[in-house]
Structures are given as C-alpha cells and as structure tokens.
Design a protein around this ligand. Structure first.
Ligand code: AHR
Length: 321
C-alpha cells in the first residue's frame, strides 16, 4: 500500500495541473465536491439493479457527484467509459469489471492521469496491484464453498448426486470463483457436476440453458446456479418439462434477492447463499479516503450469510432488495 501511496504522490505532482480541476471546474476555482466515474456491468439481474440503486443513493447521501455508465455486460463499453472518465478528469473511478482480465492498459491510463481506481463487487486478474487502490466486494470462492457444503450435508446417505451448473458470465470473477469454491467443497463426495454452461447471469439465459440440460439429461438431481435470476429461469424450464422444482430437482442459488427468497420460501429453491449488493455507503467512504490520500485496506470483504427455506420465510418481510 505504501508503494501505491508513493505512486499516487508521484502522479499527483506530475499531473497536479490536471487534478486541480478534477471536478470538471474549468474556472480553476476551488471545488470540494468529489466526482466519481462509476462503470457498472449492466442491468442483468435483480442483484445488479439493487447494487446500482445502492451506489446512486449512497453517492447522493455522501454529496459525491456520480457519473454513471451502464456497460450492458460488454467489456469494450466499460473500457470506453473509463477512458471517458479519465478525459473528464473525475476525482476517482470505481468499477465492477465484467470479466477478470484485459484491464491493464486502460487502468494504466487512469494511473498516469493521477486518477485513483476502486474495484467494487468484482476484482480483476492482474499482476500489477498498483493499478487500483482497493477492492470492495464479496468472497465469491467462499460463496461457492457454502453452496457445496450444504449439498454435501444434504446428500449424506445418497449413493450419487448429479448436478448441473448454471454458470455466470464466462470470464467473470463470480463465475470463476463460485465454480472453484463449489468444486472444492464437493471434492471426494458422492456429488458430480455432469454439465456446466453459462447463462450469463440472466433469467432468460438460465431458462434456455436449463431447457437444453433437460433435453440432454434425464438424471438431474440438483441445479447449482451462480445467481438467483438464472435459477428462476431454470425453474420455468423445469416446470415446463412437467417436473416440480425443489422436489424432483433441487436448486441451490447465490444472491438472495427478493424474487429468489420468495421462491425459496415457496419451496421452489432449496438453499440460497447470500451475496450482498448494498455496497454503496462503503464505496463512498472508501472514495473519500482515497481522494484525500488516506490509507485504505487493499481488500474489504462484505459479510454474508446463507438461507434455508424456513429462514427465507422469516426474513422475507424485511428484505431490502
Ligand atoms: O458480481 C455479482 C454477480 O453479478 C451477482 O451474483 C449476479 O447476480 C450479478 O449479475
């Protein structure tokens, strides 16, 4: 982190003229308002909608001017948005990377312009950790482990359990990590992943992939879906095939958004691992510190829990998202 502070100080002195009017004030007058460029993944899921709302509302509460961009799940759009934030000389850039790799060039451009970057929700896969100040988000591997551990416990006494996996966006951190954690937890058990395909974190994607799985396999015991939305799509496909979700085929999903929790309470999903989208306030706090040149932790992990059907019924009335 010290290395990052030194790099940031060098960038500030080199690009002092640029950052002095970082809030877009071309008159050169002092303006304390922090401007944040936020490059969101898209609007693919209930989780994402809740995350966007949390960021927008928190920015308003914190008095931070937010420049918001929706990448429609395309990396090239996010890169364009980041470049545009650099050109507009925002004070800080925050983004949730669509995929893990391919960010070094554009983040180097931000670094050279003296604009700090915060990763939120998803991380990147780069050897150069000086490209960002901190990463605020969930432990996706742990989420996968929780899903797998529940199934191992549930499957005691079964001779074999066949799982189909609905993966998130190919190359995205939550898709990679949720698979890794789940595979780790079921290793050496009677559980086998018999098919795995991306549904791109969307309800329609989950439905389509599940329809194909049902055509190709007549021995599916469990669906492990990397998010609620794909799981909800899979439920539609299972019902259309004349089967009962939650009974004939069990479902484990990740997120715990309202629609998912309702399906869990109704018995159509069997277990949900929470992934908390309400990152806005923590993000704004980190942004203020980073802009002020204060030290921040390299990693801020969000605390999360899991829900059974009974627990979902209890907490649903007060669920915020
Ligand atoms: O990065 C978080 C994941 O992205 C959520 O689990 C999923 O619903 C979203 O699309």
């Amino acid at each position: 982190m010290l290395r990052k502070l030194v790099a940031a100080a060098a960038a500030v002195s080199l690009f002092g003229a640029l950052t002095a009017c970082g809030s877009g004030d071309s008159s050169g007058a002092a303006d304390d308002t922090i401007t944040m460029g936020f490059a969101q993944v898209g609007a693919e899921s209930g989780w994402r909608t809740a995350n966007t709302k949390s960021v927008q509302e928190a920015a308003e509460r914190a008095g931070i001017e937010l420049k918001f961009s929706d990448a429609q799940q395309k990396q090239e759009n996010q890169i364009k948005a980041i470049r545009s934030f650099v050109q507009q000389r925002v004070d800080v850039i925050a983004f949730s990377p669509v995929v893990e790799t391919g960010w070094d060039t554009v983040l180097l451009e931000a670094q050279r312009a003296g604009i700090p970057v915060i990763l939120t929700d998803r991380s990147i896969d780069s050897d150069d950790t000086s490209l960002y100040e901190t990463f605020l988000g969930s432990d996706f591997v742990e989420e996968g482990r929780k899903a797998g551990a529940w199934l191992v416990e549930e499957s005691q006494g079964e001779s074999s359990v066949n799982v189909v996996e609905l993966e998130g966006t190919t190359g995205a951190a939550p898709a990679i990590d949720r698979h890794t954690g789940f595979a780790e937890a079921i290793a050496g058990s009677n559980i086998e992943i018999i098919a795995s395909q991306t549904g791109d974190f969307t309800r329609s994607g989950g439905k389509q992939v599940m329809e194909a799985f049902l055509k190709a396999h007549d021995d599916i015991d469990v669906v492990y879906s990397h998010n609620d939305d794909m799981g909800l799509g899979a439920i539609e496909a299972i019902e259309a095939a004349g089967l009962t979700p939650g009974e004939d085929i069990k479902l484990i999903t990740v997120d715990a958004v309202k629609d998912g929790m309702q399906a869990l309470a109704d018995g159509r999903i069997n277990f949900i691992v929470e992934c908390n989208p309400l990152l806005g306030d923590q993000l704004m706090e980190l942004a203020k510190k980073v802009v002020a040149g204060e030290e921040v932790p390299e990693r801020v992990v969000v605390e999360e829990t899991t829900f059974t059907q009974e627990q979902a019924a209890e907490v649903l009335p007060d669920r915020k998202y």
